[in-house]
Ligand binder design. Structure first.
Ligand code: ADP
Ligand code: G6P
Length: 483
């Protein structure tokens, strides 16, 4: 049996050049954190972009870069600044990302960035062809690389190709607005198996294939020339054990071994024992609904003034795609909202919002997950949202309340959390109140069910299900051809 080649725009680590040397930092985002667990467990090679452009890399460091990546079982695709601009900041994040998250008004349709997207997809496909043998399995990830399956299939027609989309696939009415809709669908159909997080995304995709390409679709099989392509949903899980073990280890630490952040959290908890901490963690992205959440928090404080000085919202926003104007505007909006709300409600002993705009080490994520009473995640649209799952996995004593937007893919599997519509401020304010007052026994009952489910459907099971389904599909398609 051959190896698995994982291919995504972002590698599990990002390289940076500091003081003439190379440093590697872990990548943030659901794809990287999820696939990292899969990659570390088996015989796989991960191909992707290192985070550095050709122009960033001095000649004398080129060898060191390959070496640094090889240590992580990775190999790079070289990209110039112009390619990163057109492919990543351009078509991927100014056209596809907003469109697939239903932000139609943010979507830009520019021929030049589409052309660069095609060329860069070809570069990724060439990198696969260079490294692959016919008995390998290729697993392509996400919206940045939707043309890659067909490009690889053209060169290696017998190789197994799976594709997984980590973001929503929008309804036909949205997808049809894309000028290059046929090309994108045909690109994806180079795969033998196409996976989505939810049944809804799968259904939307099949409907577009039927209506735009006019292909025959039977249940979730697509018939194309002499091939059958399977489409299915595989809700992505987390590395449950990693999070629950980290939380257990965290709780056993003596106070002097705790992080500075944890010591500060402890101090505040001690000084206001009946106050509740609300937590939200996201990349700074308009799809995550951070600005709306802040407005809803203000609404809550006005509707239920008895909770002034009794709740604190901790917002951790990770910098993301900061060259895209919509992200810059959002950063400004959030800065202003935090300033305004804190200005309006703060007292001598209380600041309602603590706002961190940075990436944090894993240890600090665990500090936050385990110290907060309520996780409050309100994406306007989200393919999955792994943060919701990670929060539950760290609650070793099963206390804690999760308030989750019904627009997140993970809401389908987390019915025992408090589900809200992120646009309904009335409902949100009442739900925060309900969460604050939820009896411990009820919290534990809900989390017990959630934890069992998340432990069973972890990221390993997700990857195994996908790979097994890909293998079966390849055999089915093969016997169809030889009929
Ligand atoms: P998305 O993939 O859209 O960013 P997810 O919630 O699915 O959203 O995944 C986010 C991932 O990034 C999670 O696995 C989370 O642990 C990680 N993450 C979020 N914030 C930080 C942070 N500040 N530092 C490091 N990792 C983070
Ligand atoms: C989401 C996408 C990933 C992406 C991640 C971080 O999870 O599905 O493909 O890697 O966000 O975004 P970035 O643009 O920094 O790679």
């Amino acid at each position: 049996m051959g190896k698995t080649i994982i291919i995504s725009n972002r590698l599990p680590i990002q390289l940076q050049i500091h003081n003439g040397g190379i440093t590697a930092v872990p990548s943030v985002g659901g794809l990287a954190t999820g696939m990292k667990s899969v990659h570390s467990g088996g015989d796989s090679l991960w191909i992707g972009w290192s985070g550095l452009t050709d122009e960033d890399i001095p000649e004398e460091l080129a060898g060191d870069i390959d070496e640094a990546l090889a240590k992580h079982g990775s190999s790079k695709v070289k990209l110039t600044i112009k390619e990163v601009d057109g492919f990543y900041y351009g078509f991927s994040n100014r056209t596809i990302w907003p469109l697939f998250h239903y932000f139609l008004e943010y979507s830009e349709f520019e021929l030049e960035s589409w052309e660069i997207y095609k060329n860069v997809n070809q570069k990724f496909a060439d990198a696969i062809v260079e490294k692959a043998n016919e008995d390998d399995t290729i697993w392509v990830h996400d919206y940045q690389l939707m043309l890659v399956p067909q490009m690889v299939k053209e060169k290696l027609p017998n190789i197994s190709i799976g594709f997984f989309l980590h973001i929503p696939f929008p309804s036909f009415e949205i997808f049809r607005t894309l000028p290059w809709r046929e090309e994108i669908l045909k690109g994806l159909l180079g795969s033998d198996l196409i996976g989505f997080h939810t049944y809804d995304y799968e259904r939307h995709f099949l409907s577009s294939v039927r209506r735009i390409l006019g292909l025959e679709v039977s249940f979730n099989d697509i018939y194309l020339e002499n091939r059958i392509i399977k489409v299915d949903s595989f809700p992505m899980g987390i590395d449950y054990k990693k999070f629950s073990d980290a939380a257990k280890e965290h709780q056993q630490r003596s106070p002097e071994n705790q992080s500075e952040l944890q010591q500060r959290l402890n101090k505040h908890k001690k000084s206001t024992p009946d106050a509740k901490f609300l937590l939200s963690i996201d990349r700074l992205d308009y799809s995550k609904g951070i600005a709306k959440r802040l407005n809803a928090f203000e609404y809550f404080l006005k509707k239920y003034p008895q909770y002034k000085e009794k709740v604190r919202l901790i917002i951790l926003a990770v910098p993301s795609r900061s060259n895209v104007p919509q992200y810059q505007l959002l950063k400004k909006e959030i800065d202003e909202l935090v300033g305004r709300i804190n200005g309006e409600f703060s007292t001598v002993s209380w600041t309602p919002i603590w706002y961190f705009y940075r990436s944090m080490p894993f240890e600090n994520l665990i500090d936050l997950y385990t110290s907060c009473d309520i996780a409050w995640l309100t994406p306007i649209r989200d393919g999955m949202n792994l943060v919701a799952k990670e929060f539950i996995a760290t609650r070793t004593d099963k206390t804690g309340v999760l308030i989750l937007s019904e627009m997140a893919g993970s809401a389908n599997e987390m019915n025992e959390s408090l589900l809200i519509n992120p646009n309904n401020f009335e409902q949100i304010a009442d739900t925060i109140k309900q969460a604050i007052n939820m009896p411990i026994e009820e919290q534990q009952e809900r989390n017990n069910v959630l934890q069992k489910r998340l432990a069973r459907y972890n990221v390993e099971k997700w990857a195994n299900d996908f790979m097994t389904s890909l293998k079966n599909q390849k055999e089915k398609s093969h016997s169809y051809v030889s009929r």
